[in-house]
Design a protein around this ligand. Structure first.
Ligand SMILES: [Zn+2]
Length: 119
């Protein structure tokens, strides 16, 4: 991500000597996955958004699911902890936790589908 952002910033504003940094106002959390962009502190450069997670490849249209969220839900089936426990654990460590509704939706959609393939 940063290599392409540095290159694009240099092409858009060749004389700018500003520093590139995370654009915290436009970051998006999707479960445990994040989408981030970069901005320049001197000029008006703003990069496009980048997924900081692997996407699950499928043929359905629309936004692709984050692989980290599927792994999390599969892992939760192997321990005696649900999404509510996971949220408490993450929030205790000051890690932004995914929403309960989002976890439930993801669990329903992907874990049940994965179990059907395995068993
Ligand atoms: Zn700049």
């Amino acid at each position: 991500m940063w290599n392409s952002v540095f290159r694009e910033h240099q092409q858009v504003s060749p004389m700018c000597l500003g520093f590139l940094q995370w654009d915290q106002h436009s970051e998006e959390q999707w479960g445990l996955g994040w989408r981030e962009g970069a901005i320049c502190n001197k000029c008006t450069y703003k990069s496009s958004m980048f997924n900081l997670f692997k996407e699950i490849v499928n043929k359905s249209p629309g936004r692709k699911a984050a692989d980290i969220n599927r792994g999390l839900q599969v892992g939760l089936t192997q321990v005696s902890m649900g999404n509510a426990g996971l949220r408490k654990l993450l929030l205790s460590a000051s890690i932004p936790a995914p929403s309960t509704k989002g976890c439930k939706k993801f669990r329903t959609k992907f874990v049940k589908k994965s179990y059907k393939k395995i068993f």
